[in-house]
Write a protein that binds this ligand. Structure first.
Ligand code: FES
Ligand SMILES: [Fe+2]
Length: 607
């Protein structure tokens, strides 16, 4: 593959379907960065702008663009007062009428802000306020958020309306814009400016599950690293041979050991939301049907008809009480029992009890689905995770998450290079300078091992606000984003609104390729209010889109470039630094699992 091929990514898409597949690292080179297009489904954000206790009303986009932003605390309130934002707020009132029309072209701003502040604190929700003039006083007040937004708006095309999300690390901010029409009655790219933008900010009850003392410990560690200018420290360097990314013998060993003959996490409970739900999996050398039977029990079977071996289920997922092989119509129930075969008297008498689909070990625990690809395989979840991690994962209530979007990236890189990219934030200020780095402190992280697994913490810029609060109000998801690596190939990244679940699947025929299968999950418990919940769901979709675009257009492009040099043999080894601790752990973990020698810790790499 030529270098220029590295630049190419991915077919352009005018909108993102809820399931999509793209190829990274190959193909014609048209654009390195694909556009972030946002489906314009969110009319509700415009037509029904109720958020929490507060309602935006009397919005007049022509007469004066409005913007809304969350207010987090009295600290923020004080900042607003300091700005002296006269005329900044208008037309706010409480939805339930308790405080009807508390502000209008406000000369009573202080009491308004005070009321808002108290309301939100009482309900543990974010505030929404609105800015009449974003560009002048408002811009100063909105600070970094405005800059982020402005950057986003200027990058976009000239569609009539678009929506998106920016995240300055304090709170994600979801927006809808309405550019004014030009003299010719049309809208233009130049019209997509902050001052022409209506911004709706969605409230959230930040959801977090871990024991509070653990959250505090983890946040304190991050604060200490921030303050001392340090990061996690492996205590030395490790040299990793580049052959591990290309060696077909090693790839074959991994395939047999970690994939064909090892318990596999195939999804979260929300992948199979109801009795009869099923999905097919073909990532471990054995075609598999994972389903919920009529009683809702998680079941897995070999997807091979017991007549003459055709695939029984060809769809990727769906809901069905019966699976019928289309070759001769043998029919199985969704637990795998053979319940029908045509012309039985012609075919001959067989014991149907012995001709059900071959069952595979399947376990659903902590909201996670495990399957063993071998019928005689064993799944011992608690020993796979360790008791400590099992407790932590169980506290996240992954079982309540709902699947809300999927995508597949075929990437020209070894599966381990994909995992590598999730193991350090050293690259945030460089590779993600204009994306993730805006919301995270790069090169500050947390890392904790749990047997063959680990929890990696990405340090959100929201930690700067969290640390100003009393400790009892600290919430990990405001200060950090936990990313669990679950051996061998899962990245489970938790967010306020759900999770990103990534299965990194090797290509058994080609060590230089892999497929990343990503499912976006939404947490329906973020609010009891239907409207607010809808808003949260939309926000999670926006965040998901940004997240997956960044993985595809930034991280995996680097992974594919690393693969090019690995393929060439130009380097015998690469180096993991002291601050890339998760990579030390990950590589030595799979090496140990394969009976390979550990990569030694080196204090000096010049030697
Ligand atoms: S192979 Fe399935 S019914 Fe014959
Ligand atoms: Fe990255």
């Amino acid at each position: 593959m030529s270098n220029c091929c590295l630049e190419a990514i991915i077919g352009e898409q005018s909108s993102r379907p809820r399931e999509q597949r793209t190829v990274v690292g190959e193909g014609d080179l048209t654009a390195r960065r694909s556009r972030v297009d946002v489906a314009s489904k969110d009319a509700s954000l415009v037509s029904s702008p109720h958020r929490g206790d507060l309602e935006l009303s009397g919005i007049d986009c022509d007469g004066g663009p409005l913007a809304c932003q969350p207010v987090h605390s009295s600290d923020n309130l004080a900042k607003r007062r300091a700005v002296g934002d006269e005329g900044f707020v208008r037309d706010l009132h409480h939805k339930d009428g308790r405080c009807d029309r508390v502000g209008r072209q406000v000369d009573r701003q202080e009491s308004l802000f005070q009321t808002l502040d108290e309301t939100v604190h009482a309900r543990d929700q974010q505030l929404v306020s609105c800015a009449h003039e974003v560009v002048d006083g408002g811009r100063r007040d909105l600070g970094q958020r405005c800059d982020l937004l402005d950057g986003q708006l200027r990058q976009r095309d000239g569609s009539q309306k678009f929506q998106g999300t920016v995240d300055d690390g304090v709170s994600p901010l979801c927006f809808v814009s309405f550019p004014k029409a030009g003299d010719d009655g049309k809208t233009h790219l130049r019209d997509h400016k902050l001052e022409n933008t209506l911004i709706l900010v969605l409230g959230t009850k930040r959801w977090v599950a871990m024991k509070h003392e653990t959250q505090v410990r983890l946040i304190e560690e991050l604060i200490s690293r921030l303050d001392s200018g340090t990061n996690v420290d492996a205590g030395g360097f490790r040299r990793n041979p580049t052959s591990v990314y290309v060696d077909p013998d090693l790839a074959a060993k991994e395939w047999e050991t970690f994939f064909r003959n090892h318990p596999q996490i195939v999804g979260l409970s929300g992948d199979l939301p109801e009795p009869g739900s099923f999905m097919t999996i073909d990532d471990f050398g054995v075609p598999i049907i994972a389903s919920r039977d009529a009683d809702g029990r998680f079941t897995a079977m070999v997807n091979a008809c017991r007549h003459r071996g055709a695939l029984v289920v060809e769809e990727e997922r769906g809901t069905s009480r019966r699976f019928t092989c289309r070759f001769h119509n043998w029919t199985y129930d969704n637990g795998g029992a053979l319940v029908g075969m045509p012309k039985r008297e012609h075919f001959g008498a067989i014991d149907t009890n012995c001709h059900g689909l071959i069952r595979l070990p399947a376990v659903e625990k902590y909201g996670i689905l495990w399957v063993h690809p071998q019928p005689d395989g064993v799944i011992d979840v608690d020993s796979l995770l360790t008791a400590e991690l099992a407790t932590e994962l169980s506290s996240w209530n992954f079982g309540e998450l709902q699947a809300d979007g999927r995508m597949t990236f075929d990437v020209a890189c070894n599966w381990k290079l994909a995992i590598d990219t999730f193991g350090e934030t050293y690259h945030f200020p460089s590779l993600h300078q204009n994306t993730i780095n805006l919301g995270f402190h790069g090169n500050v992280s947390g890392h904790e091992k749990f047997g063959r697994n680990h929890r990696f913490l990405l340090c959100r810029r929201g930690i700067d606000h969290v640390r100003t609060l009393p400790q009892e109000q600290w919430k990990l998801t405001e200060a950090a984003t936990p990313a669990y690596w679950l051996f061998p190939n899962i990245q489970l990244i938790t967010t306020d609104f759900g999770a990103f679940f990534i299965r990194v699947c090797p290509d058994p025929k080609n060590p230089a390729r892999h497929t990343s299968k990503i499912t976006i999950f939404f947490r329906p418990g973020t609010s009891e209010r239907a409207e607010e919940l809808d808003a949260h769901r939309e926000l999670q979709r926006h965040l998901s889109q940004l997240f997956t675009d960044i993985i595809r257009d930034e991280d995996y492009v680097m992974s594919a470039s690393q693969q090019v040099t690995a393929n060439s043999g130009a380097l015998t080894h690469i180096v993991f630094g002291r601050n890339e601790l998760a990579l030390h752990h990950y590589h030595n973990t799979y090496r140990a699992a394969l009976g390979m020698e550990s990569l030694p810790l080196l204090s000096d790499i010049d030697a």
